[in-house]
Design a protein around this ligand. Structure first.
Ligand SMILES: Nc1ncnc2c1ncn2[C@@H]1O[C@H](COP(=O)(O)OP(=O)(O)OP(=O)(O)O)[C@@H](O)[C@H]1O
Ligand SMILES: [Mg+2]
Length: 283
């Protein structure tokens, strides 16, 4: 059974007096197997958040349906199975991180020792144990996204829906969030996320959908989508100029180019910061 089934959903938002209406989602279908991590990418306004809201039951599509673990997304029992981190999460500024999680835990029916244990465990998971007693109003953007993630996990959902979990977060914070998502995947969580950080989507997702003006214009496993079947890469360690010249001669017309391998900017950034932290004895 698929964890998520979105079948031919359409959604439009009417304008005023017949003007300014938006046809936001135009017949989108996608499935996520249990334990899968699915990434939805697309330009601003392409309908990503609208699809996520339909999936978590916050808005109803004009046509089509969303099923979560075989049941309608809006069924009350099913709501408990879904954790949601919205696009712009709002938290009560005067509560501390721990109080925030306790508050959401209570809303989900937890109390007493179970609530206490769950709060401690979640703050630990998202790396906010030390900041647990600071007010959320003073949290950085990265900390807010992490408390949002903890909030989404409070009722132990089986599906996590994350609308831009790393929006506005620096590369180190994004990596932390990425690692948390990978850890949750290891534990069997199904994840549906959208993001503008394509490199991260590539690192964590098994499947991807590309949305453009409300339509899926490409969809498939990461491997299928990114593989270029007409070209090959050969990576050589410390090749001599003679070896390269020889290879080019043998390859003839099939030779396309040869240049030093490159690291991603993310790797250069993270290695640089890590070296500084180590030098300062704070690794
Ligand atoms: N409640 C609403 N009322 C009217 N129009 C809306 C509403 N919600 C979304 N829209 C419109 O629907 C379209 C899709 O919006 P959506 O928020 O789903 O895009 P998105 O892909 O999440 O964009 P972004 O990357 O900027 O978050 C946009 O044109 C948007 O203006
Ligand atoms: Mg959005």
């Amino acid at each position: 059974m698929n964890a998520v089934e979105i079948e031919q959903i359409h959604k439009s938002f009417p304008g005023h007096w017949g003007r300014g209406g938006v046809y936001a989602v135009k017949g989108v279908s996608l499935q996520i197997p249990q334990g899968g991590v699915y990434g939805l990418i697309g330009p601003n306004g392409s309908g990503k958040s609208t699809i996520m809201k339909a999936l978590v039951g916050l808005l109803s599509p004009d046509a089509g349906y969303c099923r979560v673990f075989g049941q309608p997304a809006t069924a009350a029992a099913n709501r408990r199975e879904i954790g949601f981190l919205p696009e712009n999460p709002y938290f009560y500024k005067f509560l501390t991180g721990a109080e925030t999680i306790r508050f959401y835990g209570k809303l989900c029916g937890l109390s007493g020792r179970a609530l206490q244990e769950r709060t401690t465990e979640l703050l630990e998971l998202v790396g906010l144990t030390e900041a647990a007693h600071r007010r959320v109003g003073g949290y950085s953007k990265g900390m807010l996204q992490r408390i949002g993630l903890a909030q989404a996990l409070v009722q132990q959902p089986r599906l996590l829906v994350l609308d831009e979990p790393t929006a506005g977060v620096d590369p180190i914070g994004s990596r932390t969030i990425r690692d948390i998502i990978l850890e949750l995947k290891q534990r069997g969580m199904t994840v549906f996320l959208c993001s503008h950080l394509l490199e991260q989507v590539q690192e964590i997702c098994d499947r991807v959908g590309i949305l453009y003006q409300g339509c899926l214009i490409a969809e498939g496993s990461m491997d299928e989508l990114t593989r270029d079947t007409r070209r090959n890469e050969v990576i050589l360690r410390n090749p001599s100029p003679e070896l390269l010249a020889e290879l080019q001669r043998v390859a003839g017309d099939a030779w396309e180019s040869c240049s030093p391998a490159r690291n991603s900017l993310e790797k250069v950034f993270l290695d640089g910061i890590r070296a500084r932290l180590e030098a300062e004895g704070r690794s």
